[in-house]
Design a protein around this ligand. Structure first.
Ligand code: EPU
Length: 360
């Protein structure tokens, strides 16, 4: 297998942080993943799985072996009375996959347009936007257990999806202790997702609950938009609000929206009547982290070469040159800014924001 030594990761992470991988291997098929598991003895050697790099903060060079997932392919694998089951390789660009399904005439992913990253990374944090989460369209996925080289499949329940969460974000049990794919067991640092299958509904209905989409519908005067139209609206909304990582490095939302109990929420509202909050189906209340950060005066601020995006306080950006190894932001600068934001939000609201990206 071809091992790249001292490989630059600057263009492989959406922040544009200039870290290097001591060793990097590109994997183009499930068989190659299995071969790598045996060849590098991944049960003993530490490794790090890299997809599109759009949800990570690299705080230094990566010592573990980097497995860069580049598995291609998009196909209709099954058609049932109610669904089109479509599959994509883990290395496919998520947005390209969304656009392709719509071109084929299969709606269902339009609200998830323009989310950066790869198909293989989508289930890891159960990506979501504008009222739709990956789990709402999920069918199953294939993965390889890097510790044993065994390929296996998981359905939605086995992935244990939650808000920006799944079994892939939780630590794995000790090697050799039971089957890794049982529900509730962590697969982080163990499973490498090779392909994902989605079930796109034939009885499609538009999901237009989000205020931003309702505004678009009113502006356009279209009562019954089709999926292509919603795709265009979502692209427009995201382009207006979120920085393009190819130009201004970032990792999307930097913090999760915190959930509080109704009692906690009443308490906060008594002090901060304008706080943006949404009731959740499970009875908890979600607070808009962007609002909390904005209320603490962070929007548009810069510390070192890390900044808070001026149009959306939830997004931290690279104020250095994302293409330069010398003047780009460092992971340390990003984390210093993130910690300062956490501290000020905690001091004012008593809420500890949790970072969304994986800090490496
Ligand atoms: N707000 C402010 N100031 C700000 C930013 C936001 O007051 O600087 C307020 C907004 O006015 C709005 C509320 O906060 O009332 C929520 O903001 P927005 O609608 O932009 O959504 P969000 O909660 O910030 C979430 C996801 C995004 C997803 C959008 C749309 C998380 C952590 N983020 O953002 O996902 O695109 O909803 O569904 O759940 C991502 O995960 O990387 C991501 C971009």
């Amino acid at each position: 297998m071809l091992v790249e030594k001292n490989a630059s990761l600057q263009s492989a992470n959406s922040f544009g942080i200039a870290a290097r991988a001591r060793e990097l291997v590109r994997l183009h098929s499930e068989a190659a993943v299995q071969e790598a598991a045996a060849h590098f003895d991944l049960a003993r050697q530490p490794f790090f799985v890299l997809g599109g790099g759009s949800n990570i903060v690299l705080t230094g060079d990566v010592e573990p072996l980097v497995l860069k997932v580049e598995i291609p392919g998009m196909a209709l694998v099954e058609e049932t009375a109610r669904h089109w089951i479509v599959q994509a390789g883990a290395g496919v660009d998520w947005h390209a996959f969304v656009a392709w399904t719509l071109q084929q005439g299969w709606p269902g992913l339009e609200n998830l347009a323009l989310i950066p990253g790869t198909v293989g990374a989508a289930p890891v944090q159960n990506i979501g936007a504008y009222g739709v989460e990956l789990q709402d369209r999920f069918h199953s996925l294939s993965a390889v257990d890097c510790l044993t080289g065994q390929a296996f499949a998981l359905d939605a329940a086995q992935c244990a999806f939650g808000y920006r969460d799944s079994v892939f974000k939780h630590a794995a049990p000790v090697a050799g202790q039971g089957a890794g794919w049982q529900r509730g067991m962590g697969l982080a640092g163990r499973a490498l997702i090779t392909s994902v299958r989605l079930a796109l509904p034939k009885a499609w209905r538009p999901e237009l609950e989000y205020l931003d989409l309702q505004r678009k519908r009113e502006e356009a005067g279209i009562a019954q938009p089709d999926a292509r139209r919603i795709f265009d609206w979502v692209c427009q909304i995201r382009q207006a609000k979120l920085p393009d990582p190819a130009v201004l490095g970032n990792a999307g939302s930097f913090f999760k929206n915190p959930a509080v109990t109704p009692e906690q929420c009443r308490d906060i509202i008594a002090r901060e009547p304008k706080i943006v909050h949404y009731p959740m189906p499970d009875g908890s209340i979600k607070l808009a982290a962007g609002w909390l950060i904005d209320a603490c005066g962070w929007r548009g601020k810069t510390v070192g070469r890390a900044g808070v995006y001026e149009k959306q306080a939830l997004v931290l950006v690279n104020r250095g040159d994302r293409h330069s190894p010398d003047t780009s932001v460092t992971g340390g600068e990003v984390m210093t800014l993130a910690k300062a934001i956490q501290t000020s939000v905690y001091e004012r609201f008593g809420i500890l924001l949790q970072p969304e990206p994986v800090v490496v």
